[in-house]
Write a protein that binds this ligand. Structure first.
Ligand SMILES: Cc1cc2nc3c(=O)[nH]c(=O)nc-3n(C[C@H](O)[C@H](O)[C@H](O)COP(=O)(O)OP(=O)(O)OC[C@H]3O[C@@H](n4cnc5c(N)ncnc54)[C@H](O)[C@@H]3O)c2cc1C
Length: 406
């Protein structure tokens, strides 16, 4: 065991992945008074940055970048950027990189997720992904040239990209294999009104449209139809970036994610995992959650840092939260729902502002708010507290959510 030392304060913490979860882990360690060496290793060459602006202000050139406002030097956090970690040997407490091994006493896995690629479209000119700053920078001139753009996938990223592309004056066709947008995230009745948002923005949404191949300048669908494309943007989901862990012996789950416990510890000693790369058991929802949203990458590090410095934190059991800005709307979701939960509507989904609540045994477990941030703020607290609601009162959109309890 290479550099392990006796006292907690001088143990060397190495964080792999310099996105939100990795940066936040390093920063919170310092906030909590950890004085030992902290090294943050990231594969990307850029100063660590935030991802949500990439599909919004950065894409449209309204912001140059989205670097975190963190003075790493002042915090005594050693940054090793442009360095990809290739493997880990937990028995030796060592990481492997192309330029040699890196010893650690405590390791934090925060390698996030990577976009799923469209089979057969890799390397085809004009086919883009949107995950990194480099991706966004490649896409900016595409928008500026006002190409005809085909977006593959009507998920969160597809919707946000389509929004930006319409704003930039591009002709946009979104092709989606399912029968509706956000099929993986929301039930049909909730997603149905969102289909109209595409048309209202001037984008064409084609559902039941599976891409067979992309040829030079054309997307060919499985019904034989062809859509001409000056550029293709693929937004068909992301998977945990954990290929580098496959020979490590660290337990990986169904989606290739690191399987963490309720304190975000992995199956290997002294190894923690946080953010998009890890799932954790939720006592609140009675199932394992793999959350690919910003708030989880912000909150999880508090638990990780507390564990590292030897505090005994509560189990990590958040009410998941995320937002999306699409087609001029602010969409927010808190909690986690299952198909058996009862749906209660607040407001008219063809209007500008409405919410949907999900109840389980009378208690609020999840909420989607479109243009109703107050519903979200109050709902989040009610979900956290496991408050029982009165469905009739809840269905009245003029009544504050907090006044709709049973
Ligand atoms: C375009 C875009 C828009 C988004 N918008 C929203 C939004 O509006 N709302 C919301 O809630 N969420 C949004 N998200 C999701 C949110 O950004 C992620 O949940 C969050 O970035 C996760 O943080 P992370 O640190 O876990 O992973 P990441 O941000 O993916 O960071 C992981 C880092 O680890 C590095 N890495 C990977 N493998 C290795 C390796 N082997 N060695 C070294 N480094 C490695 C990667 O290069 C990467 O920089 C968006 C995501 C994207 C891509």
């Amino acid at each position: 065991m290479s550099e392990q030392t006796e006292t907690r304060g001088t143990r060397r913490v190495v964080v792999v992945g310099a996105g939100m979860a990795g940066v936040q882990t390093a920063v919170v360690l310092r906030e909590k008074g950890f004085s030992g060496p902290v090294t943050l290793i990231g594969a990307e060459p850029h100063q660590p940055y935030d991802r949500p602006p990439l599909s919004k202000a950065v894409l449209l050139g309204k912001a140059e970048g989205s670097a975190f406002d963190v003075d790493f030097e002042a915090l005594g956090i050693e940054l090793q950027l442009g360095r990809e970690v290739l493997g880990v040997r937990p028995g030796d407490h060592e990481l492997d990189t192309a330029t040699g091994p890196v010893p650690y006493d405590v390791l934090v896995l925060a390698t996030g997720a990577e976009p799923i690629r469209l089979p057969g479209a890799e390397g085809v000119p004009g086919v883009h992904l949107l995950r990194t700053l480099d991706d966004a920078e490649r896409l900016r001139p595409v928008l500026a040239r006002q190409h005809d753009i085909v977006v593959v996938g009507a998920g969160w990223i597809g919707a946000e990209f389509a929004t930006a592309a319409r704003e930039a004056g591009c002709a946009v066709t979104v092709v989606e294999a399912a029968d509706r947008p956000l099929a993986g995230a929301l039930p049909a009745e909730v997603a149905a009104p969102m289909a109209a948002w595409y048309a209202n923005s001037g984008a064409v949404l084609r559902t039941h449209a599976r891409v067979e191949r992309v040829e030079d300048g054309t997307v060919v669908l499985d019904d034989g139809s062809r859509v001409s494309a000056g550029a293709v943007v693929v937004g068909i989901g992301a998977r945990p970036a954990t290929a580098w862990l496959k020979d490590s012996g660290i337990e990986l789950g169904t989606y290739g994610e690191v399987v963490a416990d309720d304190h975000l510890r992995t199956s290997a000693p002294d190894v923690h995992a946080v953010g998009d790369c890890a799932s954790f058991p939720s006592g609140r929802y009675g199932e394992r959650l793999l959350v690919h949203h910003w708030d989880n990458a912000l909150q999880g590090p508090r638990t990780v840092a507390a564990n590292i410095i030897g505090e005994s934190p509560e189990p990590y059991d958040p009410v998941p939260y995320f937002w999306s800005e699409q087609f001029g709307r602010f969409v927010q979701y808190a909690g986690h729902h299952a198909s058996a939960d009862t749906t209660v509507w607040r407001g008219d989904p063809t209007g500008a502002a409405w919410s949907v609540c999900w109840l389980r045994e009378g208690r609020l477990v999840a909420l989607l708010a479109v243009g109703r941030p107050r519903d979200l703020a109050q709902g989040r607290r009610l979900i956290e507290a496991g408050t029982a609601m009165d469905p009739e009162l809840l269905a009245d959109p003029s009544r504050p959510l907090k006044n709709a309890t049973a």
